[in-house]
Design a protein. Structure first.
Length: 260
């Protein structure tokens, strides 16, 4: 589950698409020159973009494998972005071909690619819906991350898991600059980069599977705080940050006591 792109995207070839920009950062080819140019411009403001994208993909695949290992057989990918291998349904079906894997996305480009590439069936439906609204959660539009997480927690049965991760930048000046750039260039079809404190604050009230939330690659260290590159200084770093909430009994199988 992520909360990056909250709009329907645009078909205007002159306007970059944030999810296709991420696709470019992942080394894929389903993107355009304007998406590549936005990635290049963003890289002048912040370091760690490619690592953050790879960490997000690895975290999602690992979260699915853990969920299947705990007996969960229904997976909902809220805000899948541009589909990349291994797709969520592949990670799930490698362990159980009968698992239901639902993809929910609001970006037109991502939905089109998902429906073309995911082999849509009754076990792998792709739903075009604004996943922060009642279409996905039966809840009013939620912009506050803590409220969104709490709303999802209330809707799920015991035994469920919620994996949350998102780009974070802990340097305030850099985060404001990045959010301003992405909002301006995509004409508002990009959500926001948050601070790690905001992500952690949204997860803390709920039972966590494993240690405190952190960089999702499993590195038990805080994100480095760096100032923006002014006059040749070091760039601030973007980190894919999050954790896993387990809605179940406190006594978990020993193999699932950690998130890495």
């Amino acid at each position: 589950m992520t909360s990056t792109n909250t709009g329907t995207g645009t078909w205007d070839d002159a306007v970059p698409n944030g999810l296709q920009m991420v696709d470019h950062l992942a080394g894929q080819e389903r993107n355009r020159r304007v998406d590549q140019e936005l990635a290049a411009e963003l890289s002048t403001l912040v370091a760690g973009l490619t690592t953050a994208v790879r960490s997000a993909d690895a975290f999602k695949a690992g979260a699915v494998r853990r969920a299947l290992g705990m007996g969960i057989r229904q997976i909902v990918d809220l805000g899948c972005g541009m589909p990349r291998r291994p797709h969520v349904y592949q990670s799930a079906h490698d362990l159980d071909p009968s698992a239901l894997v639902v993809t929910v996305e609001n970006d037109r480009w991502a939905v089109a690619h998902a429906r073309a590439e995911l082999g849509v069936s009754h076990l792998t439906p792709v739903i075009a819906a604004p996943y922060l609204t009642a279409d996905a959660l039966d809840h009013p539009v939620l912009h506050d991350l803590a409220a969104l997480v709490a709303a999802v927690v209330r809707r799920l049965p015991r035994g469920s898991e919620i994996a949350v991760s998102q780009w974070t930048i802990d340097d305030d000046m850099t985060r404001w600059a990045v959010n301003g750039l992405l909002t301006e260039r995509t004409h508002g079809w990009w959500g926001q980069v948050r601070s790690s404190a905001e992500i952690a604050g949204a997860l803390v009230p709920h039972p966590l599977l494993g240690p405190s939330p952190g960089p999702v690659a499993g590195i038990a260290r805080p994100a480095k705080r760096r100032r923006p590159a002014l006059g040749g200084g070091r760039l601030a770093e973007v980190v894919e940050f999050g954790g896993i909430i387990h809605l179940g009994d406190p006594a978990l199988p020993a193999a699932y006591q950690g998130v890495s």
